[in-house]
Design a protein around this ligand. Sequence first.
Ligand code: THU
Length: 133
Amino acid sequence: MSDIDWAALRAAANEAKLKAYIPYSNFPVGAAALVDDGRIISGCNVENASYGVGLCAECALVSSLYMTGGGKLVAFTCVDGNGNVLMPCGRCRQLLFEHSAPGMILETVSGFKTIDEVLPDAFGPRTLEEYAS
Ligand code: THU
């Protein structure tokens, strides 16, 4: 936690938000995360004329995770157009949970929290493993 460079993560998120494709909402979002091998990855939201299929910034971030070598997310932050911290939507908490390292930390509107705190009792890969065994 203390060894995480949150300023660098926020800078990456703020840079990412500048790339957002947001003709419909005009609400840019930038997300950035630290991967367990030290990489910093990021993503922006990409909207669509068919509004419901627009992609949140977290979707781009997870795609970038795999495009740049995979791994698990250790720390995450997300910002709006003003650079203020933004909570990931419910769907994106689920997205992040799937790829989280144990104890992953998120910068939230109410301080630093673990992934388990922002998505308690999550449904995830382990649920399916337990069911199958
Ligand atoms: N958005 C994100 O990119 N991530 C979130 O976690 C919340 C919402 C985007 C989706 C849409 O392009 C815009 O914010 C307004 O909802």
